[in-house]
Design a protein around this ligand. Structure first.
Ligand SMILES: NC(=O)N[C@@H](O)C(=O)O
Ligand code: NI
Length: 164
């Protein structure tokens, strides 16, 4: 049973960036009225592609969750930033030809934290914990397939524990 762990910048390093203000460096702008938490994450897109900004409105799945599949975006990064301040879950595995079930990690993410999956990082589609939760999503638009899905066989399926 996979239990979500708290998300930290350090723990998420193999998978991407954590977008948050808490305990992060900033500098003042706008005549001292605004803190700029600069370059918390960087977008990655392949040659000739663009970066787009979207809103995803997601509904919770039921738990314990049988992780049937993970996906990856080989041509660009994908960032999720909660818009309504609700906690959510993230499930990831390191880049590679196929996700290694033994390397799957789950994180409980605070509503003040966003994540930026780096290009090729295996992840589960968005896992909201609140009905109709909304996320700002920054990802890649361009030619060619940018979403590979890998479905686990029955035997190697991982079960994500409820974390609440
Ligand atoms: N398919 C899609 O745009 N969403 C997924 O990439 C996801 O990570 O939720
Ligand atoms: Ni995705």
């Amino acid at each position: 049973m996979l239990k979500p762990e708290p998300l930290t910048k350090e723990a998420f390093t193999p998978f991407g960036d954590v977008i948050e203000a808490e305990n992060r460096e900033y500098f003042m702008i706008n005549n001292g009225s605004t803190r700029r938490y600069h370059k918390l994450a960087t977008t990655q897109v392949d040659e000739g592609s663009g970066v787009i900004i979207n809103i995803f409105q997601a509904t919770p799945l039921s738990y314990p969750l049988h992780i049937m599949m993970l996906e990856r975006h080989p041509r660009g990064s994908q960032a999720f930033m909660p818009l309504l301040g609700n906690d959510y879950l993230v499930v990831v595995a390191p880049p590679g030809e196929a996700p290694d079930p033994g390397s799957i990690r789950a994180f409980h993410v605070k509503g003040s934290q966003g994540v930026n999956y780096h290009q090729g990082v295996w992840h589960h589609p968005v896992l909201a914990l609140t009905p109709n939760d909304q996320f700002l999503v920054v990802d890649r638009e361009g030619a060619g397939n940018n979403c590979d899905e890998f479905f686990f066989s029955e035997q190697i399926r991982v079960i994500l524990a409820p974390n609440f």
